[in-house]
Design a protein around this ligand. Structure first.
Ligand SMILES: Nc1nc2c(ncn2[C@@H]2O[C@H](COP(=O)(O)OP(=O)(O)OP(=O)(O)O)[C@@H](O)[C@H]2O)c(=O)[nH]1
Ligand SMILES: [Mg+2]
Ligand SMILES: [Zn+2]
Length: 310
């Protein structure tokens, strides 16, 4: 018998798939390959799959339905092998902390760029409001202002306090939401707040490094009580820019779209070209300097000369 399901957990050889008949443990058909990209893992959490079930043999995943989107990371730096982290994502929650640990704007902007490229909505969750001094609170305001103006949902919370829970529940209800954020920013704390009874291990921050200790070990889709799922990607704080070229990069910076058309050269990449309207907008304060710095950083370090796959 064939039935459809949703991959909740991928544990190497064994996959937990949610079907009408409940959660089934499945294996993979030996010959299955992902067509579009060279990956080390053909089936990932978030995949919609066909499962063949019988009373005498193992349940086998026979087909992966076309993905709406997926996020990847390079298995090894500079290698051509990619690992898909998760697929069919509606939204990313980016946990941001001003201190303990400090989340830099480039970290946030890198995730936003990828999210933009894959048509995934993004929401910035500024956490640990309880520990900030006046200066840090001002920084939260300032950074929220930048992203709010760009049209990204922003919320300031303290996850230690459950008064923020209803607002957070609302943001992820009936969606597939991927959590990202540097180690120690509160991803596991957020999961515990939104999914009572799960009791995820919370890693205490080691003061020496002001970094959290990675406590979880495999990607997983966690059902939310009110509908929808959270995707926890332990050890993966962000995802790659792998398939974005230098030429198209500025498209994924929302605010640059207003100005790009006015650059003197059609092929302008907004680095040092004469008559660049984007650079002018940065100089005039119409584009936040931190965003332009992130653009330059991605342009020089990660964006490719041409598409790497497809
Ligand atoms: N003061 C304060 N501490 C918080 C808050 N949210 C989380 N923490 C603490 O921050 C530390 C790290 O939280 P985790 O939820 O383990 O962070 P994580 O993002 O899951 O970290 P990794 O699993 O290492 O990626 C824990 O000691 C939490 O108790 C908050 O709003 N305020
Ligand atoms: Mg964690
Ligand atoms: Zn330009």
């Amino acid at each position: 018998m064939q039935q459809e399901g949703l991959v909740l957990k991928a544990l190497g050889q064994v996959y937990n798939v949610l079907t009408d008949k409940g959660e089934l443990q499945c294996t993979l058909k030996g010959t299955m390959r992902t067509k579009d990209i060279s990956t080390t893992n053909p089936v990932v959490v978030g995949d919609r799959v066909l499962v063949s079930t019988s009373s005498t043999e193992d349940n086998v995943i026979t087909e992966v339905k076309q993905r709406k989107n997926y996020i990847i990371r390079q298995s090894k730096k500079l290698s051509k092998q990619y690992q898909i982290i998760a697929s069919n994502i509606d939204e990313v929650f980016i946990l941001v902390t001003i201190s303990h640990p400090k989340t830099h704007n480039t970290f946030v902007d890198r995730i936003l760029t990828t999210a933009e490229a894959y048509g995934i909505n993004a929401c910035l969750i500024f956490n640990k409001a309880d520990i900030y001094n006046e200066e840090e609170r001002a920084e939260v305001e300032e950074r929220m202002d930048i992203y709010d103006t760009l049209g990204y949902d922003c919320i300031s919370v303290s996850l230690l306090n459950d008064k923020d829970e209803p607002a957070l529940q609302k943001l992820c209800k009936n969606k597939v939401t991927l959590l990202c954020g540097m180690s120690g920013t509160g991803k596991s704390t957020l999961i515990n707040l939104l999914i009572p009874g799960l009791n995820r291990k919370i890693g205490a921050i080691s003061d020496a490094h002001q970094k959290g200790i990675h406590t979880t070990t495999f990607s997983e889709m966690l059902p939310l009580p009110a509908g929808g799922f959270l995707i926890d990607t332990p050890g993966i704080q962000e995802f790659g820019i792998a398939d974005i070229t230098k030429y198209e990069l500025s498209q994924y910076f929302r605010e640059m779209n207003h100005f790009r058309a006015n650059c003197k050269f059609n092929s302008c990449m907004h680095i040092n070209e004469p008559g660049c309207a984007v650079i002018k907008a940065v100089e005039e304060g119409e584009i936040a300097l931190s965003r332009y710095e992130s653009y330059l950083s991605i342009f020089h370090n990660e964006a490719s000369e041409e598409k790497r796959y497809k």
